[in-house]
Design a protein around this ligand. Structure first.
Ligand SMILES: [Zn+2]
Length: 215
């Protein structure tokens, strides 16, 4: 057997070997279908977000893993319906801690409203808590204000594109609860804006245009 023949027969054996397994299906995972969200490629850039949609979790306790599991169980293949979750100090998510969901990381449409069109352009922000019974904590207001300000700037979202879930036309919901005080949010956003502006005083003094709170 010369070298070429040996190589050919080796290749043939490999081909036969492979084809012998071609019809065998991969083992079916024993875990339930909601054990992990579907894999998605890394995003190339941000979506053109136009609205902020504020929610409460309706529960006094919550973190990303808990809500993700709940939403997967409810049949949402991408898991956690919101883009951001703001903790209240329960279940290991600190009071005022902002957690990014995988829908933000991968720039996926939300699953947080009933309308697909709104989910495509609305950033879903959920605060852990039931604000029909309690109110957001001080740390949650501060975190929400900072996050909202950051997103407003990044995507040129005006104040009148920031609403509670139930305020959006076509959504039948009392979310984020009757105790969600909007004047607290606007005040907290103004305060966050002022806090950010202070260290820039040198630049402002040199004649630069001060940033505008309203895009
Ligand atoms: Zn909601």
């Amino acid at each position: 057997m010369n070298f070429l023949t040996a190589l050919t027969s080796l290749a043939f054996a490999a081909w036969i070997g492979e084809s012998a397994f071609a019809g065998v299906a991969p083992a079916r995972p024993s875990a339930p279908f909601y054990s992990a969200p579907v894999p998605v490629p890394e995003p190339k850039g941000f979506r053109e977000w136009r609205y902020l949609v504020i929610h409460h979790s309706g529960s006094s306790v919550g973190n990303v893993a808990m809500l993700q599991a709940e939403h997967l169980r409810r049949g949402m293949e991408n898991g956690l319906a919101y883009h951001f979750l703001i903790g209240n100090g329960s279940a290991g998510l600190r009071d005022g801690e902002v957690a990014e969901g995988r829908r933000w990381r991968y720039q996926l449409q939300g699953g947080h409203t009933h309308q697909p069109e709104l989910n495509e352009v609305g950033i879903g922000i959920c605060l852990v808590g039931n604000f029909n019974r309690t109110s957001p904590t001080d740390a949650q207001w501060r975190a929400l204000a900072q996050l909202a300000l950051r997103l407003q700037r990044e995507f040129n979202i005006p104040d009148d594109h920031i609403h509670g879930h139930g305020q959006y036309f076509g959504e039948d919901s009392d979310c984020p609860g009757k105790n969600f005080a909007w004047e607290r949010l606007w005040k907290a956003m103004d305060a966050a804006f002022e806090r950010e502006r202070t260290p820039q005083s040198d630049r402002l003094a040199s004649g630069a245009t001060p940033p505008s709170r309203q895009p």
